[in-house]
Design a protein around this ligand. Structure first.
Ligand code: ZN
Length: 472
């Protein structure tokens, strides 16, 4: 790894503090909109590093923003710190071993995500001050990426409206520019209400909400063959109507997560799912109501910023993993299938490299990533501000997202090296954007051209507030 530039050395200067922050956040995994301790840790770090801190961004208690510098362009570096349910795991152990407690874990690596972004912002802050350059850098501590669409609420409240360029990243098997491929999505809760009755003595007097929920599922399953091939529909039953089979279930609730490549396709799919819910209610003589819980937009690419980031990656080279890191990563790879590993290379768009437990390359700019597309609330930021994201190698190649293996690798030396490496990628890109007015202009022109024909409409219903009380 090259380390020739001032901005990269400034990243090194603060790395120990931010690695420690990442490890502390790993220790206190908190879910969607309840990240009070993790947000407090980030707030304390922002204050310690000398940022001007704004708490409660967009009315969300677990969102925080720190700004440094004066005048000039505004660079926003986005971080996250929420964890996931069901992914508790002992650190560094290559076998499933949940820790005692509520079962939460950092199975998406957001402990690293927030810390690397704050590290990048801190280095840019120092660089602005050291060189007397006009410009502002902001760290956005964004909660509830996993299902809470917090950045959408923050965007809707105008939190990014004066940002010139937004930069972020996500932990990954590989180092490279994160391709701007993600699905727009929405979560909608459907509640069916029927009538309870004795299931044996008077079944004819009951109307089953659970039947309606099941028929809705059948209808959605039949729809799958006739929807765009990239679209996805998943469901989780939130309330099956109780535990007594001899009572006709009077109430049942299901959460649908609907995804499509863009918002118009998503709206069409939502309407079809709603019709199926209505049909299920009609068939069972129950009633149905629905409540949108969250929604995010698809990601917009930005070619000039992606080129600038690629340039930084190629100058920097791959993360400096050593033999000890590779040995540990190989132990985790041994818990994966060949298919897990192949799928990871396919998603990255590079040929499989045998016996390579950790990323040893930078994904080339002309790689053709294949499949495996999720969703992110960075999508909404990308519609408002020219946005670029890195992916940073922090774990064994092939480690599935949202897995115990990912949680387990979140405090390893390899994860720490990946954190510092990607902070350099982001800080270098930020410095380029501050110094090069033409890069900013090209990024804005690219953004305007992409948004041009389909102006941003926030997919969150206007009356929907951030579901701050939501958890799990
Ligand atoms: Zn994630």
């Amino acid at each position: 790894m090259q380390n020739s530039e001032e901005i990269w050395r400034l990243v090194d200067k603060h790395q120990d503090d931010l690695i420690a922050l990442s490890d502390r956040v790993w220790e206190i995994p908190e879910l969607c909109y309840t990240e009070f301790k993790s947000c407090a840790e980030h707030t304390v770090m922002l204050e310690a590093k000398g940022f001007r801190v704004t708490k409660n961004v967009a009315g969300i208690p677990t969102a925080v923003m720190g700004e440094a510098g004066e005048g000039g362009p505004v660079i926003g570096i986005l971080g996250e710190y929420d964890a996931l349910p069901g992914l508790s795991q002992e650190a560094g152990v290559a076998e499933p071993k949940p820790l005692p407690g509520p079962g939460f874990g950092h199975g998406c690596g957001h402990n690293l995500l927030g810390s690397a972004s704050l590290l990048a912002a801190t280095a840019v802050k120092d660089w602005l001050a050291a060189n007397g350059i006009k410009g502002r850098v902001r760290y956005y501590g964004c909660p509830a990426e996993e299902g809470g669409a917090a950045k959408g609420f923050m965007a809707r409240a105008g939190a990014f409206s004066d940002v010139d360029i937004a930069i972020s990243w996500h932990p990954s098997s590989f180092s490279g520019v994160n391709p701007a491929q993600s699905l727009a999505n929405t979560r909608i809760d459907f509640s069916f209400t029927g009538r309870a009755s004795h299931a044996a003595a008077s079944p004819h007097l009951g109307r089953s909400a659970l039947d309606a929920l099941e028929l809705m599922s059948v209808g959605v399953n039949y729809m799958r063959e006739h929807m765009p091939s990239d679209a996805r529909v998943h469901a989780a039953i939130l309330d099956a109507g109780g535990v007594a089979p001899n009572v006709v279930q009077a109430f049942a609730k299901v959460r649908y997560l609907i995804r499509a490549t863009n918002l118009p396709d998503l709206s069409r799919l939502i309407e079809r799912v709603r019709k199926i819910a209505d049909g299920a209610a009609l068939m069972t003589e129950t009633t149905v109501t629905s409540q949108v819980v969250s929604a995010v937009s698809n990601l917009l690419a930005n070619t000039p910023l992606e080129r600038a980031m690629q340039d930084n990656l190629e100058r920097l080279g791959p993360p400096p993993f050593d033999d000890a890191d590779r040995k540990t990563a190989a132990e985790f790879q041994a818990t994966l299938t060949d298919e897990d590993i192949e799928a990871s290379y396919r998603r990255a768009g590079v040929p499989v490299r045998p016996n390579t437990p950790l990323c040893d390359l930078i994904i080339p700019a002309d790689a053709k990533p294949g499949g495996g597309i999720g969703s992110t609330d960075v999508g909404d930021v990308s519609w408002v501000v020219p946005t670029v994201q890195a992916r940073g190698a922090t774990y064994a190649v092939g480690t599935p997202g949202h897995s115990w293996q990912l949680t387990a690798q979140g405090k390893l030396p390899a994860a720490h090296k990946g954190l510092v490496h990607v902070a350099k990628v982001m800080a270098g890109t930020a410095v380029d954007a501050i110094q090069d007015e033409t890069l900013r202009a090209r990024a804005k022109a690219d953004h305007a051209a992409r948004v041009g024909k389909t102006p941003y409409v926030c997919p969150l219903p206007a009356d929907l507030e951030p579901p701050i009380k939501m958890s799990a």
